[in-house]
Write a protein that binds this ligand. Sequence first.
Ligand SMILES: Cc1ncc(COP(=O)(O)O)c(C=O)c1O
Length: 489
Amino acid sequence: MPPTSSSIRFQSERYAEALASFTSAHPDYSATAHIDTCRARDYGRLDVQGHTYLDYTGGGLYGESQIRAHHDLLATGVFGNPHSHNPTSLAATELVEEARAAVLDFFHASPDDYDVVFTLNASGALKLIGEAFPFAADGTYLLSFDNHNSVNGVREYARRGGAQVIYVPVRDPDLRLDERLIRHHLQAAARGHARLFAYPAQSNFSGVQHPLEWVALARAEGWQVLLDAAAFAPTNRLDLAEVQPDFVALSFYKMFGYPTGAGALLARREALASLRRPWFSGGTITLASVQGAGWHHLAPGHAGFEDGTVDYLGLPAVTIGLRHLADVSLDAVHTRVAALAAWLLGEMSMLRHSNGAPMVRLFGPKTMDRRGATIAFYLLDPSSAVYDVQRVEELAGLERISIRTGCFCNPGDGEVAHGISRDEMAECFAEPEIPVTLLDCQRLIQDATGKVPNTIRISLGLVSNFADVWRFMAFAEGFRDRDAAGITG
Ligand SMILES: Cc1ncc(COP(=O)(O)O)c(C=O)c1O
């Protein structure tokens, strides 16, 4: 039924009231009003096309000005492959080095202490560490259950090297790590062997922010620390003058949307020098000879880790993106998404069917205490049955609301959030030669146990506004009093 003019008036009155009460509860939000101006000017396509974008942890959005600046740079310059001394090559080298300096500057990393290796994405940075970390017998790879699969995947290198792999579980229901366990493991492993401790600064599943203090704690115990900042960096300040992990992995498209083919490994120079690359390639050596099979000299620093030709035309867009984020102000983005997420968490927790049953089950912390603006949940029907997660995504899509569903490449948080035991998971790995997809595994577990190992995630970022979270709540309210069986397409 099309909305009547009185229902539209009612909706806009409700919206105005909600906005007023939101801004009075979050007075610091008003100080970020320039982001509304930026959204109107630089991201107008979002509202013109009626999009509600709630997948910033999946990927950030770029401003049109970033694209124009990049286009203008390419349209007016002449750039050749950097590995030479001719003018066009030197011009490209200058842009690449400008991007490297901009990254160090953005993260307050001293060039004396840190180096930047450009990679394709965060996973590329993590793989570089995995393949080059000196994992060996008596060494340890310690990591949290809460990790992206690209951090989990490093365990294959650890196992191949003979190192022990130790997982620290997250606790249900807040999906945080037990600090006593972390301390125990950090202190229990024998010194003198290569030990790597990996965890995310912010969970891409639950939004939990794990303490950055663990970096210094682990390093004091002789560990090297790999901090996955992919989900943290887009809306939080990572200050490498204060917190000094050995390795930081991130993707730039998550921070400012464009370019998509660039990430970085920020590494303490000393830690980078302790890595052992398993091969060499064009660009990573100072010298190689074919007459002696073992004859090659690895280039020092980042050069030794950037295989072949870097994306020299794409990397200038990193400089432009960092400038854009700094102009908007990362601190303002942080303030803004924290206020919006606090509102969402409150509203989602209060949402009820007519029979009083909750409509939302949140996974992870229910307040903004030590968490970011990424929220994982189910929608529940009046009998507390879970609405089909994929159908919810489809229905959201019909309203141009972009949400994400699945496990977000974070099986550890998913298994704990949904109470899936090791034995239940084992069913999906019973026949190693048959590849079981995530969907197959979810069905297998749901059929066998009635548990629903699938999740909905919404996440906020650079130009999120109150209208976005309001529209999402209006969408969620649309499920009131509907049976889970009744929403199938
Ligand atoms: C916490 C975290 N780490 C690592 C990654 C991997 O990033 P990419 O796919 O850009 O390599 C992601 C991607 O979502 C992430 O959220």
